[in-house]
Design a protein. Structure first.
Length: 504
């Protein structure tokens, strides 16, 4: 049975769109660089959904098309029109589709904007993660052009009402790219995640095809991986923004992908079945390998817990019976149980500092340092700092914490926020705002007045855990009574620069 998806029967194509499409094709004029950079990106990235062999064949095919059939600017205007026309044609994937010929469905005479967008997206992220010359002005301009091209391709597909697996690869990659360029608090990334969620539900990626599916095994597994990646990214952005997630597991029946390597996914049936037989009863590999499927499975498990946490955290305040209210009551009447929360915060902060300490070993992952620091380090450091300030001002508090160790680690963490994000990193302003806030809290701790002196103007919240929750749920660096009282300013607004190359 073939899987087809309907597209609109007509569309008015403007000359400007055709010219934009022809212009971005020139960004692929050096296929050797494109392939080398994307191969390097695949070597360190766990977020890609497409198998490398598909991207490799696609790049080689597109290179031949541009070089042999459409070498001039005038000819590429013709090619751009043809790509638009093909993008309106439903993408057909059936039982005869293999990993070796998958690219033939969207390259050559069937070239589509979806796969071009995927290439621009991965090429941009690969260039951003290249540590050979991070401050090169030329490289920064090139990555902005690639991001612009990726955004244009998303817009082209949107106008065509495209709906297919390749589009989910593009939308997920583009959402991640927007966080690379403009930070994890980018509204554009949040909006793109909404587009991705809508596409996933529209094409049915949230429903597992099951054993009755006639789709090839590798494509079923890629769909499961694509869903796992999208589901996890949705929870990450929801946590950053303190907003309800778009993809809820209560409406999904998809299974976790098998813990196989990409090579095993596309291997002949006999080799693939042998690889599956070596997995344990839960589908995990027994060789201790960490591959893309492994991380997809881990993220699916972790983020299902995060979804439950978000539901508790974001539930509207109401009756005595609502889950969030119950959790707060349990917290207040079982205070000793919070010892584990503080110990977890200490361990998380230590883990983040260990990554920072050994950052030279992870040169290719330097773009991830700011994300790790903000996502894991900042909540931990904030919680511990506020608790120390509270203990200092409320002598009856009996939670036993290693004060000097925590102050030392928070100081190191504050220092690290100066370098984890370069000025061209999307999270730069967020890191600077976090650094400023923590410095003010630490100053309030270290500049404590004697007990007989006047009461301190920097009054710690009576419930640090709920304060941290409210701080982050209001948009991370929102100002509030306590933030104002310690003299910290809200992080600067993240306004788009005037030359920001984003179009719909």
């Amino acid at each position: 049975m073939k899987q087809t998806l309907s597209t609109p029967s007509f569309y008015t194509l403007s000359r400007e769109r055709v010219e934009d499409g022809a212009k971005i094709l020139s960004l692929l004029s050096d296929p050797a660089y494109v392939l080398r950079t994307i191969k390097g990106f695949y070597a360190v990235s766990q977020i890609v959904s497409a198998p490398f062999i598909t991207l490799k064949h696609s790049i080689e095919s597109i290179s031949r098309t541009l070089r042999d059939e459409y070498p001039t600017d005038a000819q590429r205007l013709v090619l751009s029109e043809r790509i638009f026309a093909q993008t309106f044609v439903p993408l057909v994937l059936d039982e005869n589709t293999t990993a070796e010929n998958l690219h033939e469905s969207f390259t050559g005479s069937k070239l589509r904007w979806e796969i071009l967008g995927v290439i621009f997206t991965y090429l941009s992220m690969g260039t951003l993660m290249d540590s050979s010359d991070p401050n090169s002005r030329e490289r920064q301009l090139y990555t902005r052009e690639l991001t612009h091209a990726s955004n244009l391709c998303v817009g082209f597909c949107d106008r065509a009402e495209s709906l297919n697996d390749i589009l989910t690869w593009l939308l997920h990659g583009n959402a991640i790219l927007l966080t690379f360029q403009y930070g994890d608090t980018s509204h554009l990334a949040w909006r793109r995640m909404g587009d991705l969620a809508s596409t996933i539900f529209a094409i049915g990626l949230h429903q597992d095809p099951g054993s009755q599916s006639t789709l090839p095994f590798f494509l079923v597994e890629l769909r499961r991986r694509s869903f796992a990646n999208s589901y996890s990214s949705d929870k990450a952005l929801s946590t950053f923004f303190g907003r309800p997630p778009r993809i809820s597991m209560r409406y999904c029946s998809v299974k976790a992908p098998y813990d196989l390597t990409d090579e095993e996914l596309i291997a002949p049936v006999e080799l693939r079945d042998r690889a599956i037989a070596r997995l344990d009863k839960d589908g995990w590999n027994t060789d201790g390998k960490l591959g893309r499927q492994t991380w997809a499975r881990v993220k699916l498990l972790v983020n299902s817990i995060r979804e439950d946490t978000l539901e508790l955290s974001l539930a509207p305040a109401g009756s005595y019976e609502d889950p969030k209210r119950k959790a707060q009551i349990l917290a207040r009447h079982g205070g000793a149980t919070w010892d584990a929360v503080y110990q977890s915060a200490i361990k998380l902060l230590n883990g983040v500092l260990n990554i920072s300490k050994h950052r030279d070993r992870f040169n290719d992952l330097s773009r991830d340092f700011s994300w790790v620091s903000i996502f894991y380090g900042l909540p931990s450091a904030s919680l511990l700092a506020i608790e120390l300030l509270r203990q200092q001002q409320h002598r009856s508090v009996n939670i036993n914490l290693p004060r000097s160790e925590i102050i030392r680690n928070i100081s190191v963490f504050i220092s690290s926020l100066d370098w984890v994000a370069r000025e061209d990193d999307g999270n730069y302003l967020l890191c600077q705002g976090a650094r400023q806030m923590l410095e003010k809290i630490l100053d309030a701790i270290l500049d404590a007045r004697p007990e007989e002196a006047a009461p301190p103007t920097q009054t710690a919240p009576t419930d640090p855990i709920m304060w941290v929750e409210e701080l982050f749920n209001d948009g991370w660096m929102a100002s509030g009574p306590f933030v104002d009282s310690i003299g910290a300013e809200a992080a600067p607004a993240w306004e788009l620069p005037g030359n920001w190359p984003f179009e719909f």
